[in-house]
Design a protein around this ligand. Structure first.
Ligand SMILES: [Zn+2]
Length: 264
């Protein structure tokens, strides 16, 4: 009888774990105007990753994103013996985080720190992680990589992060994309790297809407590698002017119209 009970409870545990790992999270609305029902918390430490600034409680996301982070960091550390630091995902339940992010609302966006030269496999205690911040890997003019700070493994980190089907795009500084275009040429994963201001100490992974999240508003994953003129524009005078204007316009709560399901 005991054996039967044991088998039964083991099956129950396996079923529960399977059920948990699939999750029944539902991302609703847009990446920058939405929320996530039944969000799942990424544990603060796992094989190949550590969450920084855990007191902010921004380690919640759609189950598909939490599983992706665990899978990608585990695969990466097995191959390269590196520890990946995870910054903001979403608040529990998602929604706006006005002081830091315009997106990160629907539980499908995550910020991940770029590796710093000479500390790629360093491990930190939870209190130490409170003071960790992304450190820019660019020079003073912010137009080229500073190889005193840049770990060469960052190329493989971004390549691994982009290699999963569920990844829609990754935002990264244009100067970093330019370097990777030089290093990896025409490899197709480069299409997922989208240039954006900042993103020079961390990169931002965005997943596509899960198929069964019918209220999630998706974006088409980029098709072109864009290592040429499109990328060069980001280094133009016009682009710098745009950056100046963008900085002077912060978003406010009333600019964001949330789907009604997010207000329930
Ligand atoms: Zn981000």
């Amino acid at each position: 009888m005991y054996a039967v009970k044991l088998v039964f409870s083991s099956l129950f545990i396996i079923f529960s774990l399977t059920n948990y790992s699939e999750g029944n999270s539902a991302s609703i609305g847009k990446y920058n105007a939405g929320c996530v029902k039944n969000s799942v918390a990424l544990p603060e430490t796992g094989l190949g990753y550590q969450v920084i600034r855990t007191s902010r409680k921004r380690n919640h996301g759609n189950a598909i994103l939490v599983n992706y982070i665990k899978k990608f960091t585990r695969d990466f550390t097995k191959k390269y013996n590196a520890n990946v630091l995870i910054a903001d995902i979403s608040k529990e339940g998602g929604g706006p985080i006005l002081d830091d992010h315009s997106s990160h609302q629907s539980g499908l966006d995550a910020d991940i720190l770029l590796l710093h030269k000479n500390s790629v496999n360093e491990l930190y205690t939870v209190p130490e992680r409170e003071s960790l911040r992304p450190v820019s890997k660019l020079n003073g003019a912010k137009n080229k990589i500073d190889f005193n700070k840049w770990a060469s493994l960052n190329g493989e980190l971004l390549k691994t992060a982009a290699s999963y089907e569920e990844v829609n795009r990754i935002f990264i500084n244009p100067a970093i994309k330019k370097h990777l275009c030089g290093k990896y040429g025409k490899e197709s994963w480069l299409r997922k790297l989208r240039p954006w201001w900042g993103h020079d100490g961390h990169f931002h992974v965005r997943l596509s809407c899960p198929d069964d999240n019918s209220k999630c508003i998706d974006l088409e994953s980029p098709k072109n590698i864009e290592c040429g003129a499109g990328l060069d524009w980001w280094f133009s005078k016009e682009a710098y002017e745009k950056l100046k204007n963008k900085r002077s316009k912060p978003k406010t709560e009333k600019d964001i119209i949330l789907p009604k399901e997010c207000l329930e």
